[in-house]
Design a protein around this ligand. Structure first.
Ligand code: PLP
Length: 423
């Protein structure tokens, strides 16, 4: 580890929480140099929905490379891209009756958000974007302006402008509800925007995670999302849904907002979209907005990664039927029940359990406690990452493909970690 400490930047983050050197991984297990096997309840912060080294993807990637398939192509047409786009349309858009253009950009979530903001401002000719408390949208300046966490914001070095933050519409206790983000609060915002003497300019867009992941697993209520959609429509603003972490099947359906009866103008995807852990980002954009782009106006050398197209297409095949999503619901219920039992066991602490599908969390209401639990998990052989305000939320996002044995063993390790810290 001395090599990292001597040569790698102080910015190092996760490796401080998981101080070992990993060498291999398979599905929901990661193995370090000493041969210790860890159960992965973190899944690359929501990237590895289909597991580490998913065998179907591995096989397809090896075959593609062996046949000298195109690895890099900027945004030129390739057979890999065609197959991916067709599969996305077939398995995700058409069954939902959704009509969107697919825009590829630099291959990270923050790039997708930057592009969404740029387009919303272009389409509306306005500057202000409304983002929400506890939101996480990325680290580049435009996206960072929408991210709420002051630790990240303070690193910007320049003012983060043209974004106003407003309470998130979560009904769950602890998930932001104490900040007052009910449906009624949107009425207040509407009144402000509609009053010509409020001092507020009409916004270009509202950007929101229908389930805030890094913000502490806060789930927007259906009523609030619908009211937000209506407010955006009435103000002539765009609704941007950032489904970068909660999308791609994580919550038991392809989009985390499925069933919410909303109709976003732009949907940002990244993380799990590439399937294998190789990077890719994509926005789904309503055609009437997409036509505001001129060719090549927003570029990116790595927009559209062919290896991600190859593995990502295999990932999309999981949405051909309900098999995986039913498994996500079943295993999500197992996670949920376990966390609820844990909260009952420590009822004096008033822990709160929140989540949907296989993004489940227990809010231990104290960042220092969550950090100790996470440290204990690591010692015991379980990887997971705290999130939320002050890092007080223990978030569990295992690969969707995790075998039951690993899921149950991981939960036992989590219970042991709680006991080591709290008993
Ligand atoms: C909801 C959401 N949006 C955007 C991002 C930024 O993605 P990236 O780190 O790939 O830039 C993240 C990353 O965690 C995220 O969870």
């Amino acid at each position: 580890m001395q090599v990292f400490e001597k040569w790698e930047s102080e910015i190092r983050g996760y490796c401080r929480a998981y101080p070992t050197v990993f060498v291999s991984a398979s599905n929901a297990r990661q193995v370090d140099e000493s041969g210790k096997s860890f159960i992965d309840f973190f899944a690359g912060a929501g990237v590895l929905n289909f597991g580490h080294n998913n065998p179907l993807m591995k096989e397809a990637l090896i075959e593609y490379i062996q046949n000298d398939g195109i690895a890099h192509s900027l945004d030129m047409y390739t057979s890999a891209k065609r197959a991916f786009i067709s599969a996305f349309a077939e398995h995700v858009l058409k069954p939902r009756g959704m009509e969107y253009k697919m825009q590829f950009m630099g291959p990270t979530g923050t790039n997708a958000v930057e592009v969404a903001l740029k387009l919303a401002r272009r389409v509306t000719g306005r500057r202000t974007v409304v983002a929400f408390n506890r939101a996480f949208h990325g680290m580049t300046l435009g996206a960072l302006a929408c991210t709420a966490n002051s630790y990240f914001r303070n690193a910007s070095g320049v003012p983060l402008e043209h974004v106003m933050h407003y309470p998130f519409g979560c009904d769950d206790p602890g998930g932001g509800s104490e900040l007052g983000g009910g449906v009624g609060s949107l009425d207040y915002l509407r009144a402000q925007f509609q009053d010509p003497s409020s001092g507020l300019e009409a916004p270009a867009a509202f950007i929101v995670e229908s389930i805030q992941a890094e913000g502490g697993v806060n789930i927007a209520s259906k009523a609030w999302l619908q009211a937000l959609q209506k407010l955006a429509n009435d103000l002539g603003a765009l609704l941007i849904i950032d489904d970068i972490q909660a999308g791609c099947g994580r919550t038991g359906s392809y989009f985390s907002f499925d069933g919410m009866d909303i109709d976003p103008d732009i949907i940002c995807l990244a993380k799990g979209l590439g399937g294998f852990g190789t990077p890719i980002a994509m926005n789904l954009v309503k055609a009437e907005h997409d036509k505001h782009w001129s060719p090549g106006e927003h570029t990116g050398t790595f927009r559209g990664q062919n290896l991600s197209f190859i593995a990502g297409r295999i990932g999309l095949e999981y949405f051909r039927d309900d098999v995986l999503m039913n498994e996500v619901k079943r295993k999500g219920a197992v996670l949920r029940k376990f966390l609820e039992d844990l909260a009952d066991k420590y009822s004096g602490h008033e822990f709160q359990v929140r989540g949907k599908g296989m993004m489940q969390a227990i809010d231990v209401r104290d960042g220092a406690v969550a950090k100790k639990i996470s440290g204990q998990c690591f010692q015991l052989g379980l990887l997971m990452g705290p999130c939320g305000s002050g890092g007080r939320v223990v978030k569990l996002i295992p690969p969707l493909t995790i075998p039951d044995d690993d899921l149950n063993e991981g939960l036992e390790l989590l219970a042991q970690a709680f006991a080591n810290v709290l008993d």
